[in-house]
Design a protein. Structure first.
Length: 553
């Protein structure tokens, strides 16, 4: 029964009717609220695997929709306050027989010949050989014959590996300067490149399809709350790469595609199946930040990699440790890891990343040398999202590495002469400098806002917060308060055997708190802000705004 309202004001009457649930039928719905056909909510798969996959896709969608580069990179670190428990790969540490794992970890197929794009500059390279050969002959005599070896750096042990690396660090910049000077008339883009000496190179991604270790299997077996979890189900492993090439060349325009992204080797190439834990190869796990640094910071004009030089002194150290020499496999591993890490970190600065798939390929070139031996590699990144289902056959794309075997530039230097000069190696070296960057035909940053970087955002509070957090995380400094851990005596006397019942319970595993490894990046007590300085100011309990303090000038 509806109650009769006797009010003079019509507006008041309508307000009272809208707030009274018993007479809500007075309001008739509009025609726009109806559909000609019934609309039902989507039917979701409620299995454990489907629910977990939807959670991962939600994270991927969130990162993809962020507007700036720094915010996307920060979101990778959001789940872990103390960093990810990640497998650490390093440029100068190559395990024995690591090529199958490297190809699987980077989803890269390998071919032992350079792509056809280098045939287009074969004639120009042949004509340039006499001039370059004369200059290079003088440079080799200067560095190998006439210059005394530099003394060891402080704290550096004198070995054959360090001596070779020291020579390469001195020789490669001179070689690059000579080639840029001589070949600039044939390729005017060389004069517009930026040069980085020993830049910082880091890359982070998630690798799916890795089998769980013994500890994780045991935890799954003892997990009585979730019986749907399979013991041997593959997991995603975080991978963090650290490197420092001898020299990098960057350009404001990208290199051309080496092959079509949707055909041939990039979709049907062979990738070894390797789902074992990386620790069986000798790689270590450490807590580290998810950092992607291609040798420069966001906002730099030249953001596209053109050419990299790597040294190979670590091979002499491996010869002392291994009974079998596998130089060629180690060089392939070094080229694949460096090229994948450099192109992936560049992709992160373009708005893509470990959770955001590429819309176009990214190419780069790599040369590994010690002055006498040379290995040439051309790499095309076709896919960078390797987590979960994207690491398996459902991912239609494969990265491609075109790598040659090591070749000898000359045999020996005797009596002030370079003997046994190989013109084919010199021609390949010249070709890498004759490939011209091209104007992009696609949108290079489809997942970024017009601001691109946080420095262009007009919101001062948001800009300052993101910049502070980004610079602190990418400095790789440890937290001021280190992560709590369970000591051995606590594991024995408090957890396994419970022999100290009268002791005060203050540790995180005794009071039922969250484990330190599960702490998120935003879970911390913010600095105290006085009530009068809060924006907006906090209302007092008496219903009045606090008095703003007077400022004396």
């Amino acid at each position: 029964m509806a109650y009769k309202l006797s009010v003079a004001n019509e507006a008041t009457k309508k307000t009272l009717i809208s707030q009274c649930r018993r007479i809500s039928s007075y309001f008739q719905p509009s025609e726009s609220e109806y559909e000609s056909k019934p609309v039902y909510p989507p039917i979701l798969d409620l299995s454990y695997e489907a629910v977990r996959e939807r959670k991962v896709e939600t994270v991927a969608k969130k990162i993809t929709e962020l507007e700036t580069v720094e915010e996307k990179l920060l979101e990778l670190n959001a789940p872990k306050y103390y960093g990810w428990w990640a497998c650490n790969l390093k440029e100068r540490f190559v395990s024995y027989d690591a090529l199958p794992f490297t190809q699987f970890a980077t989803r890269t197929c390998l071919t032992n010949e350079l792509p056809s794009i280098y045939n287009d500059v074969d004639e120009i390279a042949t004509k340039s050989i006499p001039v370059v050969k004369e200059k290079l002959n003088d440079l080799l005599l200067q560095e190998f014959e006439f210059v005394e070896q530099r003394t060891n750096r402080k704290g550096e042990t004198k070995t054959l590996a360090t001596e070779e690396d020291r020579f390469a660090r001195n020789f490669i910049p001179l070689l690059n300067r000579m080639l840029v000077t001589v070949l600039s008339p044939m390729n005017n883009e060389l004069g517009l490149t930026d040069i980085d000496i020993k830049p910082r190179l880091e890359a982070f991604w998630f690798l799916g399809g890795i089998e769980p270790d013994k500890l994780l299997r045991k935890c799954r077996e003892n997990n009585k709350l979730n019986q749907k979890l399979k013991v041997d189900e593959p997991i995603d492993r975080p991978i963090q790469y650290y490197g420092s090439p001898c020299l990098n060349l960057r350009h404001s325009k990208p290199l051309p595609q080496l092959l079509d992204r949707n055909s041939g080797l990039s979709t049907e190439g062979t990738i070894p199946s390797w789902n074992l834990d990386p620790r069986v190869m000798g790689y270590k796990y450490k807590h580290c930040r998810a950092t992607n640094v291609p040798g420069f910071w966001p906002g730099t004009e030249a953001q596209h990699g053109y050419l990299s030089y790597l040294t190979r002194g670590y091979l002499k150290q491996r010869d002392d440790q291994l009974t079998t020499s596998d130089h060629q496999e180690a060089l392939h591993v070094q080229a694949i890891l460096h090229s994948f890490a450099w192109t992936l970190s560049q992709a992160c600065y373009l708005g893509f990343g470990p959770y955001t798939e590429l819309t176009y390929p990214i190419s780069t070139q790599t040369i590994i040398t010690n002055g006498q031996y040379y290995s040439f590699s051309a790499y095309q990144l076709n896919t960078c999202a390797l987590y979960g289902k994207h690491s398996g056959p459902t991912n239609p794309h494969r990265n491609v590495c075109f790598s040659t075997n090591e070749m000898k530039l000359f045999d020996v230097i005797e009596s002030g002469q370079v003997k046994g000069f190989n013109d084919d190696v010199l021609k390949s070296l010249i070709k890498f400098y004759l490939i011209k960057p091209t104007e992009p035909q696609v949108n290079l940053r489809p997942y970024l806002s017009p601001e691109l970087y946080i420095s262009n955002v007009s919101d001062t509070a948001r800009r300052q917060k993101v910049e502070t957090d980004f610079k602190y995380l990418y400095s790789n400094r440890p937290r001021h308060k280190l992560k709590e851990e369970i000591y051995h005596w606590e594991k024995i006397y408090k957890i396994d055997h419970k022999t100290r019942p009268m002791e005060k319970k203050v540790r995180f595993f005794e009071i039922g708190g969250k484990a330190p490894g599960m702490r998120r990046l935003d879970e911390f007590v913010p600095p105290y802000v006085p009530k009068a300085l809060q924006n907006p100011p906090k209302k007092s309990r008496r219903g009045r705004l606090p008095v703003q303090p007077s400022i004396k000038l």
